[in-house]
Design a protein around this ligand. Structure first.
Ligand code: ASP
Length: 586
């Protein structure tokens, strides 16, 4: 037997037992005639002691064991004289009687400790070593537990896990596809699924009325902060349901996860907010509701007083940061710089402090009487000691988005975005379409299979941009952790949708014929949702990036630096695939 115990399980109760452990050497140190080795495995760290006076040869051998050597040790579990309260095994140590070096290790490129000296790139290149660190490993453990709990919940509710293919046809609607050349069909390509959307809908036509799949999805997008080209969805679909049924089933799942993985009981129904209100009051379709600072529109109060910036604005709005009137001039200048950064793009920021006597002092005092400033104070319900921050602009939507960034920044600065507080929200009533400047046409905001609200269907012909959808997102702490919709199951309505999206009937048939044909054979009303597994794990683990809960993630340029992928293909392989490379110069 390589080991009788793991490095994480021995306690005072085991004192007196003879055990064999195997693992990696975290570190070793010599103190007088003793050598101490911290032995690590997946389960924890146990201290080994080699005593020169008891067995000089063995101690000498231990002195030659380096970091990350894999060793096997037999010894007696003993109570430690100086205990370490920071680790569960800190009350015991192993007085070693045998040592066997199983494999040697080169000095690792960085220290394998929670506080490592390795930078991001280095850790990604040697990700297998990075994964030895407890702080990284525990994220994968949480991920495992989460998928177990997801399966447990959905199985209990009668969902069937069905696998759908990874090699499918390209559906350019949505993000860009990753494509795979077909050797057997020269010049033809598969696409990797952006999601199993149409396939799960076909499963509904087949009568599998509760489906789920924990599934890899692929999107060839420019990588923004927290995106990976491949990511995992908890993909679900149900038949004979309305929006409320789907929401309640998956709110139930969220509560199940909170309870079983975080020990948080959520008894109240999650908040609901329409998309229109989310945009109006928070400038975002995924507001972080851990804190207030709801936007207040100030057009009526602040326009027409001779301050040209506001007089010419299409939108003036602000937030009130409680107790932040103590912000110094320097801090306010930094906030102004923050909103003026190119990524945010505001032209400037106006601020007003509510002083202890209730008087309002603003950066544009010369244009506004105290009476007007008091009206503004009332509009926010601001109190002495509060700070009001105002942005304006000639495009209301853009300005709200800028104000959203400012609000989040203030939330950070005031410590209102605690990772152990969870604010869950359903955003509902999304618009059916959004205008794409790039494509110069309406695009489906969710996807083309989403059902419009029944009462808005007549507007499809007259004012499609105003049509709302039976679409919903779940947002936790400002992160969109999932979303879905009720689907169209009427082939005629689906055809109309493609028409509005600019598809000719031929093109729609070519790309989505399989789905529309299936709908001719009795499609049940259906709907569903997909949760982002990576995002849920990151949220529960308090991570800043989903990368940290993925075993082998890609970097910001979509590269796997460990595998060195993507990479060119050998000519022979290209020939076999009938492919020629013709790189355009940048
Ligand atoms: N397939 C959708 C997505 O990936 C989710 C859904 O509508 O179920 O966003």
């Amino acid at each position: 037997m390589y080991r009788t115990k793991t490095c994480g399980e021995l306690r005072l109760a085991n004192v007196g037992e003879t055990v064999t452990l195997a693992g990696w050497v975290q570190r070793s140190r010599k103190m007088g005639g003793m050598t101490f080795v911290d032995l690590r495995d997946r389960y924890g760290i146990t201290q080994l002691v080699f005593n020169n006076e008891v067995d000089a040869n063995l101690c000498e051998k231990a002195n030659h064991v380096g970091r990350e050597f894999v060793i096997q040790v037999k010894g007696l579990v003993s109570e430690r004289s100086s205990k370490n309260a920071n680790i569960p095994t800190g009350e015991i140590e192993i007085i070693a009687s045998e040592l066997n070096v199983l494999t040697k290790s080169e000095t690792p490129p960085f220290t394998i400790e929670d506080n490592t000296d390795g930078g991001d790139d280095l850790r990604m290149k040697y990700r297998y070593l990075d994964l030895r660190r407890q702080c990284v490993r525990k994220n994968l453990e949480l991920r495992h537990k989460m998928t177990m709990e997801v399966r447990r919940y959905l199985d209990e509710k009668g969902f069937l896990e069905v696998e759908t293919p990874m090699l499918i046809g390209s559906t350019p609607e949505g993000a860009r596809d990753f494509v795979v050349p077909s050797r057997m069909n020269p010049g033809q390509f598969y696409a990797l699924p952006q999601s199993p959307q149409t396939l799960k809908q076909l499963l509904m036509v087949s009568g599998f009325d509760r489906y789920f799949q924990i599934v890899k999805c692929f999107r060839d997008e420019d990588l923004r902060a927290d995106r990976q080209p491949e990511f995992t969805q908890i993909d679900c679909e149900m038949s004979f349901v309305e929006q409320e049924d789907v929401i309640s089933m998956f709110e139930g799942m969220a509560k199940h996860l909170f309870k079983n993985l975080r020990g948080v009981e959520m008894n109240e129904p999650f908040l609901r907010m329409t998309w229109a209100d989310a945009m109006k009051y928070y400038g975002s379709d995924k507001p972080d509701l851990r804190f207030g600072m709801k936007f207040v529109e100030l057009m009526d109060i602040l326009k027409g007083h001779g301050f040209s910036v506001f007089d010419n604005a299409a939108y003036i709005g602000g937030i009130c940061a409680e107790g932040a009137a103590s912000y110094t001039r320097k801090q306010l200048d930094q906030l102004t710089e923050f909103v003026k950064r190119p990524q945010i793009g505001a032209k400037g920021m106006v601020y007003a402090r509510v002083e202890q006597d209730g008087h309002v002092k603003s950066s544009v005092d010369k244009f506004y009487s105290q009476e007007v400033l008091q009206q503004m104070k009332e509009a926010f319900g601001a109190k002495p000691g509060d700070l009001i921050l105002i942005l304006s602009g000639d495009d209301a939507m853009k300005t709200r988005k800028q104000l959203c960034e400012l609000r989040l920044e203030m939330g950070n600065q005031l410590g209102l975005r605690d990772k152990n507080t969870f604010a869950c929200l359903w955003v509902v009533d999304f618009p059916m379409f959004e205008w794409s400047e790039e494509e110069d046409r309406l695009m489906a905001m969710h996807h083309p299979f989403t059902h419009p609200k029944d009462e808005d269907i007549p507007m499809l012909d007259t004012d499609p941009a105003a049509v709302r959808a039976d679409a919903y997102d779940m947002v936790v702490n400002g992160v969109e952790v999932g979303g879905g919709s009720i689907r169209i199951h009427d082939p005629k309505l689906q055809a109309k949708m493609f028409e509005i999206l600019g598809f000719t009937p031929e093109k729609a048939q070519e790309q989505f014929g399989f789905l529309m044909n299936a709908f001719k054979f009795g499609a049940p009303p259906h709907g569903g949702l997909a949760y982002g597994l990576d995002r849920w794990v990151s949220l529960f683990a308090g991570l800043d990036s989903i990368r940290d809960c993925i075993a082998f993630p890609k970097n910001n340029s979509g590269r796997d630096v460990m595998l060195d992928a993507p990479a060119p293909l050998a000519q022979a392989q290209l020939d076999e695939l009938n492919l020629a490379i013709d790189l355009k110069e940048e």
